[in-house]
Design a protein around this ligand. Structure first.
Ligand SMILES: *Cc1c(COP(=O)(O)O)cnc(C)c1O
Length: 398
């Protein structure tokens, strides 16, 4: 038997990241230093996009992008109800209205037809999410945005390292955002990154992440050790050109990110191998629908989420999750629909039935233990246990 729990997710950290963090600690420069610039260069090179702006979280990145685009009260942003709540909350932060459209059941991303039909004179942007990292339709959303002169924001927090039609995710919109929470493909503990080809947008985000300070000004708080620059630096440090935030990423976080980016290809290869192990074992299961990867896409695999076939209820699915957990197997119900979260219902009057495909899918999803560290033995145990539980539950259902 295996010892302990099989975790739902786990970061993949190595001696490389440890060494880089030590480098930062020894340097004494813990913020606004060279490490964030290194991390930003690695992400912009990987994505093929001119600018990358490191921030304190993916959520902070989405907030800055919406602010920098000037989206605010009275504006509508078309987005998906089938996502982690941050993608839609960022729209609320700037006082705009999220306009949800239902998903397409294969990719679990917004149905492009519904996106087009939801456009009104108030629509300013489309905020697209790669659900579980699936990049399908990103090219379609980009075409719709172009045709209707809308901004496309790509919430790629689940899609670093994924490609669609030969292009890296994050690069489809006017701006893309990555997230580096410990359950993502790569982590910095907490952190995020904005990517864009738009220099004006990048500069605005750089300023707003740093309390509205001018970009290109000395950013190090002057100290007694650097008296030569202290007068000029002090002027810049306490000069604020616009309303800003403290959404900076620390040098320690950036150091972890540099190590993770250097290992990205290996991490993705490993994640693809683990996903394939699950696919091989679950392919023939008649109660399970596997994730679909379109032939024009490559997946870096944020999570491994299967779906129970039509007929299974949310309650039955939740019992399976509880039983997996009782067997020391991590499992999750990614994602409950955003429009049915209590404060969205209270504020906008949403009801069950408003987005039937998203609701039907979200009742039947099952996230299985998945990381670059998941072993073949663990996958075997998870799949065997899941099969037994599905059979048992199937019998009690009649
Ligand atoms: C993880 C995630 C985010 C951002 O998460 P943070 O924890 O703020 O870094 C945003 N959108 C989606 C779809 C995500 O999965």
């Amino acid at each position: 038997m295996l010892d302990g729990e099989i975790p739902l997710s786990a970061p993949d950290l190595s001696e490389l990241e440890c060494g880089l963090v030590q480098e930062v600690l020894r340097s004494g420069r813990l913020s606004n230093g060279p490490m964030i610039e290194r991390f930003e260069r690695l992400v912009s090179a990987h994505t093929g996009v001119r600018h990358a702006v490191g921030v304190s979280s993916g959520t902070a990145g989405l907030h800055l992008v919406l602010l920098a685009m000037g989206i605010g009260p009275g504006d509508e942003v078309i987005t998906t109800p089938f996502s982690f709540i941050a993608s839609s909350n960022a729209i609320l932060y700037v006082g705009a209205r999220p306009v949800f459209v239902d998903i397409e059941p294969k990719s679990l991303n917004m149905d492009p037809g519904y996106v087009e039909r939801a456009i009104t004179p108030k629509t300013k942007a489309i905020l697209a999410v790669e659900a579980f990292g699936n990049p399908s339709h990103m090219d379609r959303y980009a075409a719709i945005a172009q045709r209707h002169e809308l901004l496309l924001i790509e919430d790629s927090c689940e899609a670093l390292g994924t490609t669609h039609c030969g292009r890296a995710c994050g690069a489809f919109g006017r701006a893309g955002v990555f997230g580096f929470y410990p359950n993502k493909q790569i982590t910095t503990g907490e952190g995020g990154m904005i990517v864009t080809d738009d220099t004006r947008l990048a500069d605005l985000c750089r300023s707003m992440r740093n309390q509205g300070r001018a970009v290109g000004m000395p950013t190090v708080k002057p100290t007694a050790e650097s008296p030569a620059t202290s007068r000029a630096a002090l002027g810049a440090w306490l000069h604020h050109e616009r309303l800003g935030y403290n959404y900076r990423m620390s040098e320690i976080a950036a150091a972890i990110g540099v190590g993770q980016m250097r290992r990205l290809a290996d991490i993705i290869e490993r994640r693809q191998a683990v996903a394939q192990m699950y696919i091989d074992r679950l392919l023939d299961h008649d109660q399970i629908i596997l994730p679909t990867i379109a032939p024009d896409s490559t997946m870096s695999w944020f999570v491994f989420v299967v779906r129970l076939v039509t007929g299974w209820t949310g309650e039955e699915r939740n019992r399976i999750i509880a039983e997996l957990r009782a067997h020391q197997i991590g499992a999750g119900d990614y994602f409950p629909c955003i429009h049915l979260q209590p404060f969205y219902r209270a504020r906008f009057g949403y009801h069950p039935g408003d987005f039937p495909i998203a609701e039907s899918v979200s009742q039947r999803t099952l996230a299985l233990p998945f990381s670059s560290r998941t072993t073949e033995r663990e996958v075997d145990l998870v799949c065997q246990t899941l099969s037994v539980l599905l059979n048992k539950e199937g019998i009690t259902r009649g």
